[in-house]
Design a binder for this molecule. Structure first.
Ligand SMILES: Cc1cc2nc3c(=O)[nH]c(=O)nc-3n(C[C@H](O)[C@H](O)[C@H](O)COP(=O)(O)O)c2cc1C
Length: 187
């Protein structure tokens, strides 16, 4: 099997992480891989924001928690109950969190951002680093409380966060996933 396919078939979402930070060269390689994703009309209007600072990660987690509690109409009861727990960590205690933001008015923003994050997840896996897509913050990126934090993180006012991933050395081993049969080739 070629190495690219092997990497694709063995990547899994990792939700348990070692408390050790990933190396700066590893983070840079992952972000570089993201920046080589295709983008509609080659616009590359995205911005990648990687957070490794422990205090900022705590602040991000608390902002997610409070924004869920303040916008309960968007959430299931079980997530609201989780958010009520002051000790909950929505980032699975991962040491690195990457946000991909992009222009609000670019109709390709979601697709472009998802492709960049897909590249990052695969590059991370090739380096032995685990990742998991996280939906909570992106779904809150239009709220006042999250916007205040995004501004503090240097994310432009005309951007929304379209996707986010956590990164870190895995503290769990996962078998390659099974996939549904979704392939239909018209000969
Ligand atoms: C758009 C998207 C949103 C996701 N949101 C979350 C999330 O909020 N929390 C989480 O733990 N996993 C999330 N995941 C991970 C999926 O649950 C996971 O990719 C799926 O179960 C398949 O497992 P695998 O990645 O190990 O192959 C998300 C994945 C995608 C692509």
């Amino acid at each position: 099997m070629n190495k690219v396919l092997e990497n694709l078939l063995t990547r899994r979402s990792i939700r348990k992480y070692q408390p050790k930070q990933i190396k700066v060269e590893e983070l840079e390689t992952i972000l570089l891989a993201g920046s080589y994703a295709p983008s509609g009309m080659g616009m590359q209007s995205w911005k990648f924001t990687a957070i490794q600072n422990e205090l900022i990660l705590k602040e991000v987690n608390q902002t997610i928690r409070l924004a869920i509690l303040n916008n309960q109409n968007r959430y299931t009861q079980s997530l609201i109950e989780k958010a009520a727990d002051e000790k909950i960590n929505f980032l699975y205690d991962a040491p690195t969190y990457v946000l991909v933001s992009n222009l609000k008015e670019n109709s390709n923003s979601m697709a472009d951002s998802a492709l960049a994050l897909g590249n990052m997840m695969l590059q991370a896996h090739a380096l032995g680093i685990g990742s998991c897509w996280l939906n909570q913050l992106p779904r809150l990126s239009d709220t006042a409380e999250m916007r205040e934090l995004l501004t503090k993180l240097g994310i432009p006012e005309n951007h929304l966060v379209y996707g986010s991933i956590i990164l870190g050395y895995p503290d769990e081993v996962k078998e390659a996933a099974k996939r549904k049969d979704v392939i239909n080739i018209i000969w």
